[in-house]
Design a protein around this ligand. Sequence first.
Ligand code: FE2
Length: 279
Amino acid sequence: VKISNINFTAHNGTRILKMRGPAEVEAVVEQLDQFGFAVVSLQLPPDKPPLEAVAAWLGLGEPYVPVLYRDDAASSVYADIKPRVGDDHPGFATANAQPIHVDGLLDPLGAIRTSLLYCVQPAAEGGRTIMFSSVAVFTCLAEADPAAAEVLLHDEVLERFPTLPGSRLEGVRGPAFAFDADGQLMTRFSDGPTEQWHPPRGREEDLDRALLFFRNAAEQPRFALPVMLGAGECLILRNDRLSHARESFVSEPGRPRHLVRGLYTKVPRPYPATEGSGR
Ligand SMILES: [Fe+2]
């Protein structure tokens, strides 16, 4: 399966039930190859931190602290995503919709290969995570309009910058897409208020067509798939292959929507391939 051809037409809402052993890890790896994401349902004892359990199970190693949060002594390696009075984090602390993005605002393309999102408490209404197959959209665009696709590979075409109140970090420029050492397409395609596009001189119209193509694709079910996480479910996402977005939501009074996120530089691997890698 060529991962750059990820599309969601064949997805039937499959969940992987419980984490047990190699068979379920294999199932996760297969789903990631085909769709770029998988959902597992966890049944853990209450004292067991869910993200640590999933990361150990999938051989993901230690959680990665994104550049944006490195100077913040108070921040943990995990991000609590929960509406809070008095917290003004534009993504984590509100119930607003979030535009299409990859995790790791200031991190280089391909650095964060896996995101885990564990659901403690879903919203009463809305709050689905929308999977967006940026790599498939790019592949289609490259066939339909090669010049428009090519502009997204330019070194400085996409700037992402912090809108966190008080952040002094500068924006970071890089390509929106690139190929890894194995020739697989990687993405940091993001398109919202934390992004600024910088087409090379004379390529402005190529970029306009590319962005129009992506914005239209975001309305098509084969490229954009909403996923609702229930309590105790964990989304495993190839953050170097897919972008994602979030619907706005409404929480039940006294029971705020609450998710916990962990980021990793490794990808889940089946057991035999990781022998001796410290799983
Ligand atoms: Fe995200």
